[in-house]
Design a protein around this ligand. Structure first.
Ligand code: NAP
Ligand code: MG
Length: 484
């Protein structure tokens, strides 16, 4: 599409652009039109990772030595720098990861909110006074920064996830090396530009581009790194947890989901159908919290499925630059192929699909038709595997107990929603559902940036991000006793 030669991206280390010393390059493609090469991403080298972690380590004493209120001012300025470039960042997001422009704008707005929230958090109390056993002594706990924190992030929330990790990390006095996903590397360099504009001191926020298996693992081995916050798929998360545990550094791994909507006979079916359609199909189902299973009470199944179909058909498929677009392309051809194969392997019975328009705008993109299939075997592929695409598996339930049994029968435990008018049913479900994000009469996706976020079971290593939970991860406690 573009005739301009794509530029070779550089790492952002110590507030300078840093050429890789590796010689491998990865094409960063526009998923709506794969002939549009946005940039060339360095695969990176272990030396690049060492340079980034050394810069973060060198900046650490100065940054942790600043007062909380001083760090807060930096975060407020960073929020302003992002706000000033909001539309440009949203347009790049739509182009680089295929997120429809309306949601891309929403994500950029959320980044501003995240930075302001953590600017506020930087000035809150950092400990407690605890009565000492010996009279006259003063005992207190103190939260201190960890030091250098590595962040390894996915492409699907290409600005919000890096920032919901980096903002609390730096607010509480840590320095950061961010390793973004290859497929959102260009946006990560723009994020670095906004940090530079905001005057974040050199070495406090570094961006290390490249392949996870090369620079990601080298970063985890860097002796300066004291913690890693990872978001991405389960298998990669498991590896990162193992390597962090072997080095005895702190880790959090936030991973996939097999998120579920349960529809009871007394539900507001119109609302349930509209929020299920949105949760499953917007952004082509590529949110960790996307609805990938729906369990419907047999009494209302026919009526609900009819309404669901018309709600899905009402969600426009791209182009992502059109403000009306709801469903964009999949991130890659590989993702398209793996979803196609999973449906074939599962022998999936299609209930309906909403076809991708046949016009030229769609011919070079990784578009996949929104699809509803019968869920079938509760232990089968459609019930268990995170497909990360616009595919919803439908199950029938006899009653609430049966629905909760099916809902809980996965390795994942990220997000769930129950649609009902019955308070007793809702309370029963809240008590028994095994997920970190529990909704009643709502969408499985989205979360307030000031509320704790994360999953149970195979969706998370158990810590939480965002809100007050972030302080626990990015600080450690000293217990101090001062005696007369
Ligand atoms: P991914 O393939 O697991 O990659 C995530 C990050 O890990 C990327 O930066 C990747 O680099 C890096 N990586 C890969 N192999 C590595 C290794 N051996 N060592 C160190 N780092 C490595 O996930 P994705 O495809 O980008 O994102 C989609 C997944 O993220 C889905 O499973 C989704 O559910 C999950 N997700 C979870 C949440 C949540 O909060 N729970 C939120 C959003 C997304 P490369 O780009 O080079 O591969
Ligand atoms: Mg990947």
């Amino acid at each position: 599409m573009t005739s301009v030669k794509p530029s070779q991206l550089q790492h952002f280390i110590n507030n300078e652009w840093h050429k890789t010393n590796g010689d491998q390059w990865i094409d960063d493609l526009n998923p709506s039109d794969v002939s549009d090469v946005i940039a060339l991403v360095p695969a990176g080298s272990p030396d690049d990772a060492r340079a980034a972690s050394a810069a973060a380590a060198a900046a650490s004493p100065g940054w942790r030595g600043l007062s909380g209120p001083a760090r807060a001012e930096h975060l407020y300025r960073w929020a302003g720098a992002i706000s000033d470039r909001a539309e440009e960042l949203a347009q790049v997001m739509a182009r680089e990861v295929g997120k429809p422009i309306g949601e891309s704008r929403g994500e950029v707005g959320r980044c501003v909110v995240i930075l302001r929230y953590y600017a506020g958090e930087a000035v809150r109390e950092i400990g407690q006074v605890i009565p000492a056993q010996s009279a006259g002594s003063l005992q207190f706990s103190l939260r201190e920064p960890l030091g250098v924190v590595a962040m390894i992030t996915p492409w699907n929330f290409p600005l919000a996830i890096p920032l919901w990790k980096a903002a609390p990390a730096i607010a509480f006095g840590n320095t950061v090396v961010l390793k973004p996903a290859e497929s959102s590397s260009y946006l990560a360099t723009l994020l670095a530009e906004t940090a530079l504009t905001a005057g974040i001191p050199a070495g406090v926020f570094n961006v290390l581009l490249g392949s996870g298996s090369t620079v990601g693992s080298a970063l985890l081995e860097a002796p300066e790194v004291r913690a890693v916050s990872f978001t991405g798929s389960g298998p990669v998360g498991a590896r990162i947890a193992a390597s962090a545990a072997a080095r005895n550094i702190r880790y959090q791994t936030e991973m996939g989901g097999k998120n579920v909507v349960i529809v009871m006979p007394d539900a507001d079916l119109a609302k349930a159908a509209s929020l299920t359609a949105a949760g499953a199909m917007r952004y082509a189902g590529q949110k960790c919290t996307a609805t990938s299973r729906v369990i419907v009470a047999s009494e209302v199944e026919a009526d609900f499925m009819r309404q669901l179909r018309s709600q899905i058909e009402a969600l426009p498929i791209g182009p992502v630059t059109d403000v009306r677009a709801a469903v964009g392309p999949l991130i890659s051809r590989a993702s398209h192929d793996s979803i196609t194969k999973a449906l074939a392997d599962a022998n999936a019975e299609s209930l309906f699909t909403n076809p991708v328009p046949s016009s030229a705008e769609f011919s070079n993109g990784n578009f996949f038709p929104p699809t509803v299939v019968r869920g079938g075997d509760p232990d089968g592929i459609l019930a268990q595997r995170e497909l990360f695409g616009p595919v919803l598996a439908a199950f029938t339930s006899e009653d609430l107990d049966h629905a909760i049994d099916i809902a809980n029968r996965t390795v994942y435990g990220l997000s769930a929603s129950l649609f009902t008018a019955d308070l007793r049913a809702a309370l029963n479900y809240i008590n028994r559902i095994h997920v970190g994000l529990v909704r009643v009469n709502g969408d499985t996706t989205g979360v307030d940036p000031h509320a704790p976020f994360g999953g149970m079971k195979g969706s998370s290593s158990g810590s939480r991000e965002q809100g007050p939970a972030a302080r626990e991860f990015y600080t450690e406690i000293k217990t101090v006793q001062v005696n007369p």
